[in-house]
Ligand binder design. Structure first.
Ligand SMILES: [Cu+2]
Length: 73
C-alpha cells in the first residue's frame, strides 16, 4: 500500500467538460483516492495506490473517449 500523488500530461481534451469527465472516470477506478484534470494546464493530478492501480488502467478507462494520460519525463 503506497499512496502516491502524481501529475500527468493529458492528451485529447477540447474543453473544460472534458477535464470534468476525465476526473470522474479516473476517480471511479478502484484504489484511486482523488483525480482532477485541468484543461488549461493539459494535466491531471491523481492520488492513488500505486501497488494496485496505474497508468495502464487509467488509460484503459479513457481509451474509448479519446483521452490519454502520459507520464511526465
Ligand atoms: Cu470537452
Amino acid at each position: 500500500m503506497a499512496i502516491v500523488r502524481k501529475n500527468f500530461v493529458v492528451e485529447g481534451m477540447h474543453c473544460g467538460s472534458c477535464a470534468v469527465s476525465i476526473g470522474m472516470i479516473i476517480k471511479n477506478l478502484k484504489d484511486v483516492k482523488s483525480a482532477r484534470a485541468d484543461y488549461d494546464a493539459r494535466s491531471a493530478e491523481v492520488e492513488y495506490d500505486d501497488a494496485e492501480v496505474g497508468l495502464a488502467q487509467m488509460n484503459q478507462a479513457l481509451e474509448g473517449l479519446g483521452y490519454r494520460l502520459e507520464e511526465r519525463t
